[in-house]
Design a protein around this ligand. Structure first.
Ligand code: FUC
Length: 831
């Protein structure tokens, strides 16, 4: 998967792997550390998929139902998608459609006509992320009546356990998705010898064959559809198609299962794999696909999934369970343990209640800070489990999907959702988990260059609101059948590129920036070609959208195609600024910088509307839906850095007004975004209200909320809300987007006392903090690269061993500046 582009993180991964091996040998200590609070647990098997528990190693994932006599592991492999490499040349009418759209918009502002013409810029829909297979274990359990049932997921070790007693015998299944072993492993035990007997069988919803593989295993061969229509498209008779020819559409996949037993015996027949009277069983599950890169034919030039899967199985199944578990835990804990977050105090009802009941109690008002920190860490668990270097980026459902036509194709929705997946990565000390996103951006910049040329006849690269593993970059909509409201938005390239620049800001890794810069520049080239001058001399975008909202135009008509929406202009300002800073850091491209600076000065500015809100559109039009889930015009507040109460108080007040008018309600990810917004407005109590709103059982919440397995509900399940919440909660504790370490910027009253360890700040700093009664007590700042450190606090501070002066800022809090050394550790205390 890697190309030469991001060499610097490849070499980092090598040292990381070495470290994992070292840790593996000494992992006993790690195993002893599980905190009681770091688990989800239940008293009954999952009746629904959203009650099942997710495990994953970034590539293979499973949803575990935990039924004693009929266990189900619903399996996924992250590269298993329908279709094949993105099609080009499907619509060569783009440049003409763009010209017609622009004629309608400028200077006549005929928005209805523009809405019609802009459809001419659409191409095909993206492909869909596929479910892979189901593994069922029908276990023989004497009388069958079970008691003492529990199932849990321990998120600081990444292990799921099911245990129960039947006829006085205690049975246990421990399950892991191991990154080092490249396998899902189930370890079955019983409290009496010879009592483990079950039949294992594999099946799939896609085309497949399943057969015995020797006397101790199974092999499933699957084929993905050549085409899957999005679930919101109903006009095709055959929404799921297969192609058995050698066309490059429809990858292959293989799944192997193998049992290693102590005692008893194994056999296979037409119905599956039989294990009889074993004392202990280790069951291995490996999977591979023929996916060979976004631009490679997965059929004739596909990877050899059968031998890949077989090799993985050979290696994994050589290991003993205890060693496999230790290696897995060490590998996982290496990432997970970097951040600790405690809110102290009483954690009633805490872990004593099963998670579904705990969620209900919390939804109706219980104070349970331990539940908040569990949910925070669950976001980190999910990111480590769904996104590992070398694999694809986490999609709308991470890697967990049970449906052939999943909601919104379980694809990459890049008008917020995919980006939100990665908001917690850098700040919550999981920078490596973002590498798959960087690979994806690189791929998208390749297809996006073709799209920029074919559809717009412009330089650089462009990407629209949807993509897939094939890095589709065109506007979707089936060449004119989609609604421009969502289909035609084209600002994903600069939005995604900000992740590249932010990675540099966090790590100060110049080599990474050097590799990323051409991609950032390509996105800026497209924008600079795209900008046109309006009648007042401003540089504007036309057409322009504000995902996925519409407005009433001057004639009172509903429209969505606009000119210079606030989101467009905010993204462009943000991206040009990032490019300028990147070029300066690399000491390169002075002419390009000059061109960007010139254009920056002429961009259509932010406006405050008649209601005191930040204007969303070119003019102060009314929204069709004033409570719309997208709050795109606040891009400059978050994830951008243009609007802040500290430096642009007027716009910050307008942003606040916008949020008040929009209201707090929303889909899961919308609530999550609002946590981040309120944190950036430095209003901890309002941010906390949104945390509580998001952490509600669906039976209590009216919009977004949580399922019993704490997956975020749009509804339906969409994982971005989990990640966006972890990001927002981090932003409440530490912000650094203004190149200063703002400690406890939005601490809510409910989090009056606590501590956090291991958060990351721009400038390559790691920050630990302790606070009491709402006030910072002490902090430890570790500097990796020796950057200048500016600390913002509400009270003056001292820095041990350094003579510093806390200067009262214009905003009334204190700024303390000091030089750091690479590797230096600085202890800060409140005066
Ligand atoms: C965007 C959002 C929807 C949903 C979808 C996957 O289109 O507007 O709410 O999250 O992505």
């Amino acid at each position: 998967m890697y190309t030469k582009l991001f060499i610097s993180y490849r070499s980092k991964m090598k040292s990381l792997l070495t470290l994992c091996i070292i840790l593996t040998t000494g992992s006993g200590a790690l195993l002893a550390q599980t905190s009681n609070n770091m688990r989800l647990w239940y008293k009954q098997p999952a009746a629904k998929w959203t009650e099942a528990l997710p495990i994953g190693n970034g590539r293979v994932g499973a949803m575990i139902f935990g039924n004693p006599a009929d266990e189900l592991l619903q399996l996924n492999e992250s590269s298993f998608w329908s279709g094949g490499p993105a099609r080009t040349n499907v619509n060569l009418n783009g440049p003409a459609a763009l010209a017609a759209t622009r004629r309608a918009l400028l200077p006549n502002e005929d928005y209805a006509e523009a809405n019609k013409q802009v459809k001419g810029l659409q191409g095909l829909y993206t492909q869909s992320y596929m479910p892979l297979a189901d593994l069922r274990l029908k276990q023989e359990l004497g009388s069958g009546t079970y008691e003492n049932y529990t199932r849990d997921l321990t998120i600081d070790k990444s292990i799921a356990t099911v245990s129960f007693t039947v006829d006085g015998i205690t049975y246990k299944r421990e399950m892991i998705a191991s990154f080092p072993a490249k396998a899902i492993i189930i370890h079955l035990t019983a409290s009496k010898p010879g009592k483990i007997s079950f039949k294992a069988a594999l099946s799939s919803q896609v085309r497949y064959t399943a057969a015995a593989n020797g006397s101790d295993g199974l092999l499933l061969k699957a084929k993905a559809p050549s085409q899957v229509d999005p679930n919101y498209i109903g006009y095709n008779k055959e929404p799921i198609k297969y192609d058995d020819s050698t066309n490059c559409r429809g990858m292959r996949a293989a799944v192997q299962v193998k049992a290693i037993t102590k005692g008893g015996k194994t056999s296979t027949d037409n119905d599956g794999l039989n294990v009889t009277n074993a004392d202990e069983v280790t069951l291995f599950i490996c999977a591979a696909t023929s996916f060979n890169g976004f631009d490679q034919c997965p059929v004739s030039n596909g990877k050899d999934e059968l031998s890949l899967c077989n090799n993985m199985m050979q290696t994994a199944s050589r290991g003993a369970w205890s060693a496999l578990l230790a290696a897995h835990t060490a590998d996982y804990a290496r990432f997970f343990n970097r951040v600790k977050f405690n809110l102290g105090g009483s954690d009633t009802p805490g872990d004593k209640l099963p998670t579904n009941e705990r969620l209900l109690a919390f939804s109706t008002g219980s104070k349970d800070p331990g539940f908040e920190t569990l949910f925070y860490q669950y976001g980190r668990y999910l990111l480590i489990s769904a996104s590992r270097p070398g694999g694809p980026a986490a999609n709308l459902q991470g890697i967990w999907n049970k449906e052939l036509r999943a909601p919104w194709s379980s694809n990459y929705t890049i008008n917020i959702n995919t980006q939100m997946n990665y908001w917690p990565a850098a700040i919550s000390n999981l920078e490596e988990m973002e590498y798959p996103l960087f690979d994806f951006i690189r791929d998208l910049s390749v297809t996006g260059k073709v799209t920029a040329k074919q559809y717009y006849n412009m330089r650089g690269w462009v990407a629209h609101h949807n993509s897939d593993i094939w890095a589709a970059s065109n506007a979707v909509g089936d060449i004119g059948r989609g609604d421009p409201l969502w289909a035609n938005w084209y600002m994903a390239a600069p939005w995604l590129s900000r992740h590249l620049f932010e990675h540099y800001r966090f790590t100060q890794d110049k080599q990474f920036l050097k590799n990323a810069y051409p991609i950032m520049k390509g996105a800026a080239e497209f924008l600079s070609d795209f900008l046109v001058t309006d009648k007042n001399g401003y540089l504007v975008t036309a057409p322009s959208f504000s995902p996925e909202n519409d407005y009433y135009d001057d004639k009172g008509k509903k429209a969505n195609t606009s000119i210079a929406t606030t989101m467009d202009m905010s993204i462009i300002r943000d991206h040009f600024r990032n490019c300028i800073e990147a070029a300066k850091a690399l000491n390169t491209d002075p002419q390009f910088v000059k061109m960007l600076e010139d254009k920056m000065a002429k961009l259509y500015p932010l406006h405050i509307g008649k209601k005191g809100n930040l204007q969303e559109w070119y003019k102060d039009w009314e929204d069709v839906d004033p409570h719309h889930r997208h709050v795109s015009h606040l891009y400059g507040l978050h994830p951008g850095r243009e609007i802040t109460p500290l430096l642009t108080p007027e716009f910050a007040n307008a942003a606040r007004k916008t949020l008040e008018l929009r209201g707090d309600a929303g889909t899961g990810w919308s609530l999550a975004w609002k946590i981040n917004f309120w944190a950036r407005l430095l209003d901890g109590n309002h941010a906390y209200k949104l945390v509580r709103d998001l952490m509600r059982d669906l039976s209590v919440s009216k919009g977004g909320g949580l399922y019993p397995n704490l997956f975020d509900a749009h509804p339906p399940f969409q994982i971005d809300g989990n990640f966006g919440a972890t990001s927002g909660m981090t932003e409440m504790l530490l912000q650094s987007h203004l190149d200063e370490l703002h400690l406890l910027p939005a601490l809510p009253d409910a989090w009056a006392t606590g501590n956090v360890k291991g958060l990351k700040a721009r400038g390559a700093f790691t920050v630990d903090m302790d606070w009491k009664d709402g006030k910072l007590q002490s902090a430890t700042i570790t500097s990796a690269k020796g950057s200048k450190c500016v600390v913002r606090t509400t009270e003056p501070i001292t820095v041990k061993g350094i003579n510093v002066k806390s200067v009262k800022s214009a905003q009334g809090d204190y700024l303390t500046t000091f030089a750091t050394k690479a590797g230096g550790i600085y202890v800060v205390n409140a005066k």
